[in-house]
Write a protein of this length. Sequence first.
Length: 267
Amino acid sequence: MTLTPGGRRLVPIASQMIALAAEAEDAIRQAQGAPERLRVIATSTVAESVAPGLLAAFGGRAAAVDASLGVASTDEMPALLAERLADVALGPLDVGTGHDELESVPLLRYRLVFVAAPGHPLAGHVRLPARALADQVWLVDADGTDPGSPVGRLLERLDVAEHHVRVFSSQAAAWTAAADGHGIAPAVAHLVTQDVARHALVTLDVAGAPIELLWHATMLRPPRRTAAAAALVRFIATPDATHAMHASLSGVPPSRFRPPVYVTLWS
């Protein structure tokens, strides 16, 4: 499917219309004294693990901000930010790569490990080559289906067959399946510590693991950046933010979760 010449001319105009509509709505909210909106989108893993704690801690500092959280894939994020359908995106650094209007700042450094049940055939082996994981059943959350996520890239690099991948609604569900002996699961090390401590899971000794990674926060550059987004970026650099993001999985109330709106065309 390709755009016609008229369609190519329409796209940037439509994008400006969407951005102006968002700015108009924000101006009306400000005139009415309503809290400023902060629409945060994140990859599935970030939205489940670190974003709820971050936004809860930020909300305690910024009472005049109405923050919401939604999930988006890495390839959707640049358009959602550019068109003012979201204010901040939490995920890999390259979300903003190649987009002059976007800027990324470090969010949280983390380590990716691989976990399985204590009785799994690979448990107890020393310095397993990464290739040894390719033929295992992988238990992943939605990030495993996102080619731009670290887990998605890892699955592609190891050439893991599609029939060896099982996708769950959350990290926690994937870890539960791993503890039940159904396969191996990638996990953020500091979030799976309790499961490992109580011997529900073991960390596999894999060459090159743990994998050191870094999440980023991406947003529009000034002056298009909203005041709420700028305040969140300043808060991210504080010790309170780091502590909140290292807390256990906490989820987000349904009233605060607002998936981004987009249209899918089926051919």
